[in-house]
Design a binder for this molecule. Structure first.
Ligand SMILES: Cc1cc2nc3c(=O)[nH]c(=O)nc-3n(C[C@H](O)[C@H](O)[C@H](O)COP(=O)(O)OP(=O)(O)OC[C@H]3O[C@@H](n4cnc5c(N)ncnc54)[C@H](O)[C@@H]3O)c2cc1C
Length: 497
């Protein structure tokens, strides 16, 4: 069944999580992911592209004949999807202009390197100029410097309720194919590529710009309550029936307490009249508050959860604008001060670099409580260090080729602390595999974005179409112009005995 012929250009050799730079002088050619910082990769060249025509020229240039390209936007994926050892990295962040806006239909076209924070800002300006009132439907939570192209390539989701992943918000995009041709891709033009590239991790084409569907703006009121994993799905359903448009649940991370992965804060957002006045003051967490919360999540988890839930409960009833409420602060390099504190408090002689890695599991909603109970036992047994965790909902995606939302799932996100040494990385790999196993036993699945640790059995159980995905990749890109560390590893995983 998996009898696909791979050329060396498709599989490559490298498949380790840590791809270390060869020499310090290579630094300018090295790139790493933002969050885990466990994907340091040396490229032959990093090119900051500023137009689609430039990409077309690069893909067809004699100088780069035989070379492979990887594509990086905001660099938040953690499975090496945006990097390629000794490849040419196309950095899209210079492609950051609004291309078109239709205030009548609520469509916005922006270049693929546009980051969500900038996109929300530009949309606000366009609304003012055109006297319109459009908002984005969803964006990734937790960070604003994720690009539109990266979001398309991972088929992201936010905390919107009753909605499919990002593919539902995409009207069309402009693609530059491996042979340099530029085409429009939508549900009616090049439909197969639409399904392959969205969620296809940059393996089919370079995305030049994306047209997204917007939603009418409104004021939203946040409702906050404490609940537990057993009642959660029922509460989500009640809140949705009462009109909640967005919502998520942040669970307790203190493994020494019975509340671990059980009790948490459920926030839901309801549309209210535009003239509703905010009777709370504008309570929000500053960068310093976030730094302190992240520190506490490492050194005093009980206090971290109490502080967090107290803060959220104080915001109950607060009014937000749908145009901006999805923006969120990501504290860059927050781990450095935590690492320093650990050296001092633990009397360590040397600095141990560390970070967090995310994993996301999907389970049928009726199985959420069961999943969290089993995850609780496993993570406690493995002494996994959970720094934060969230539950959200997603509706079934029937369009993308590599669909991760195969059902109306509950999505469970864990952010695990990882010391940057082989033992700690191996332990995380073990925890991630265990969580995938638990989800699989409950007819669930997992997200490909965050790591490439799944076993062959796990990969094929969650994504049985993966061998066909590889075959399609070869059909569209026979010379392996677009490649990545992640794709190479996936090919090796599928081929493994
Ligand atoms: C703190 C944090 C919070 C997150 N929150 C969420 C969340 O709430 N929901 C969610 O779904 N995900 C979330 N993610 C995951 C993140 O949204 C995805 O990894 C996304 O792909 C990252 O986009 P990026 O711009 O950082 O792209 P990169 O990480 O640079 O690249 C990701 C993929 O996109 C491809 N790509 C980028 N640009 C293009 C282009 N122009 N053409 C073709 N391919 C391209 C790359 O080749 C790569 O395969 C989070 C990640 C972090 C670290």
């Amino acid at each position: 069944m998996h009898n696909i012929k791979f050329s060396e250009s498709h599989t490559g050799k490298e498949h380790h999580q840590l791809t270390i730079a060869k020499e310090p002088s290579d630094e300018a050619k090295c790139a790493n992911d933002i969050h885990s910082k466990l994907n340091l990769t040396r490229h032959n060249e990093i090119i900051k592209v500023t137009s689609g025509s430039e990409v077309q020229e690069l893909l067809t240039a004699q100088k780069y004949a035989g070379c492979s390209f990887s594509i990086a936007g905001g660099r938040h994926a953690m499975g090496g999807q945006q990097f390629l050892c000794d490849g040419i990295l196309l950095d899209t962040r210079g492609l950051n202009k609004v291309v078109d806006f239709c205030p009548v239909r609520g469509l916005l076209t922006a270049q693929s390197g546009m980051l969500w924070g900038d996109l929300v800002f530009h949309l606000g300006e366009l609304n003012k100029k055109h006297n319109s009132d459009w908002s984005i439907v969803q964006k990734p939570t937790g960070a604003d410097d994720i690009s539109l192209g990266g979001s398309l390539a991972s088929n992201i989701h936010g905390r919107v309720l009753g909605r499919r992943p990002f593919i539902a918000d995409i009207e069309r995009f402009t693609a530059i194919l491996a042979d340099g041709n530029r085409i429009t891709v939508s549900r009616s033009k090049n439909e197969e590529l639409f399904r392959l590239a969205i969620g296809g991790y940059g393996m089919f084409c370079f995305v030049e710009d994306v047209t997204i569907r917007l939603t009418k703006s409104s004021k939203l009121q946040r409702k906050v309550e404490l609940t537990n994993s057993k009642d959660l799905i029922g509460r989500f359903a009640e809140l949705q029936s009462a009109g909640a448009r967005y919502g998520d649940f942040q669970f307790c991370i203190d493994a020494s307490n019975d509340s671990f992965l059980n009790n948490g804060i459920l926030s839901a957002y309801f549309p209210v009249q535009d003239d509703t006045t905010d009777n709370t003051s504008d309570i929000k967490l500053s960068e310093n508050n976030w730094r302190e919360l992240l520190r506490l999540a490492h050194v005093d988890k009980a206090k971290a959860f109490t502080t967090y839930s107290n803060h959220y409960q104080r915001t109950d009833g607060q009014i937000y604008s749908s145009q901006t409420f999805q923006l969120s602060l990501y504290v860059p390099d927050y781990h450095e001060s935590i690492d320093t504190e650990r050296v001092e408090s633990q009397n360590r002689s040397s600095h141990v670099k560390a970070s967090e890695m995310i994993t996301e599991l999907y389970v049928p909603r009726s199985k959420l409580h069961e999943f969290l109970q089993s995850a609780k036992i496993a993570l406690k047994r493995q002494c996994a260090d959970v720094i934060y965790g969230t539950v959200r909902l997603i509706e079934k995606d029937t369009e993308s080729f590599l669909a991760w939302a195969k059902e109306d799932y509950a999505c469970v996100i864990f952010n695990l602390h990882i010391d940057h040494n082989q033992l700690s990385i191996l332990r995380a790999k073990h925890s991630f595999r265990t969580l995938i196993e638990i989800a699989h036993e409950l007819n669930g699945s997992y997200y490909l974005t965050y790591h490439r640790y799944a076993t062959k059995e796990q990969l094929l159980a969650a994504y049985p179409q993966f061998p066909s995905f590889i075959q399609k990749k070869i059909d569209y890109d026979p010379h392996g112009k677009f490649r990545s560390t992640w794709f190479n590893q996936m090919c090796l995983t599928v081929q493994a005995d």
